[in-house]
Design a protein around this ligand. Structure first.
Ligand code: CU
Length: 213
């Protein structure tokens, strides 16, 4: 919308701003604390989301952990897994809503040798074509867990340390807000809202994050 305004298309700018709202969501965990690294998706009724342009991202295996623990990317993006540890790791990508889901559909597996001094760190790329959450694990180290959320919508954001997200340019009117978190056991119930020029809401979820080691 700002682009339209800058190009001087005043009529288009005004008509666009008439329906574009800002949505702020604060997500709380079961214990009432802010829920960090949750993915919030706003689905305006009757509007087809526009997918953001694909990107290239890197997920490192470092100190027996996936870093970052959660990555949010548009569908069609490529993720490069890099092993910075001196020992071998494995990457298992499982697509599905919950941790031990029976409805997982496909995924990928990679094996990355340990890093050797003076050589490039072992790496492998994976194309993420399908939207949805992916759980990351390593067969060799059961404590290693990570996640990638692949989105087909620009109306998606991850919560910060305060459990908050802000989305701009959301069409005004009825919408459904969904939350996903890597540690959830079940999908949190969706919340119906009416998007106005500025909409702020708090979502109490039954999700309790595990402690990161
Ligand atoms: Cu490992």
């Amino acid at each position: 919308m700002k682009t339209f305004c800058k190009t001087g298309l005043l009529a288009l700018c005004l008509s666009a701003s008439a329906w574009a709202g800002t949505v702020q969501v604060t997500v709380l965990a079961r214990d009432g604390q802010p829920l960090t690294d949750a993915v919030v998706r706003v689905e305006p009724t009757g509007h087809t989301p526009v997918a953001p342009a694909p990107v290239q991202v890197q997920v490192r295996q470092e100190g027996l952990a996936f870093v970052p623990a959660l990555t949010v990317v548009p569908a069609g993006s490529t993720v490069e897994f890099v092993n910075l540890d001196r020992f071998e790791h494995h990457v298992r990508g499982t697509m599905g809503q919950a941790l031990q889901t029976a409805s997982s559909t496909g995924g990928f597996e990679l094996r990355l040798g340990g890093r050797v001094e003076g050589r490039p760190a072992p790496a492998a790329k994976e194309l993420l074509a399908q939207a949805g959450p992916i759980q990351l694990g390593c067969h060799l180290h059961g404590s290693m867990r990570g996640a990638i959320y692949v989105t087909d919508s620009a109306w998606v954001a991850r919560t910060d340390a305060q459990g908050r997200i802000t989305l701009e340019n959301v069409p005004e009117g009825p919408a459904v807000v969904r939350v996903w978190h890597p540690d959830q056991l079940l999908d949190a119930p969706p919340r119906s809202v009416t998007v106005t020029p500025v909409t702020a809401l708090q979502l109490d979820t039954p999700i309790q994050p595990r402690r990161r080691r």
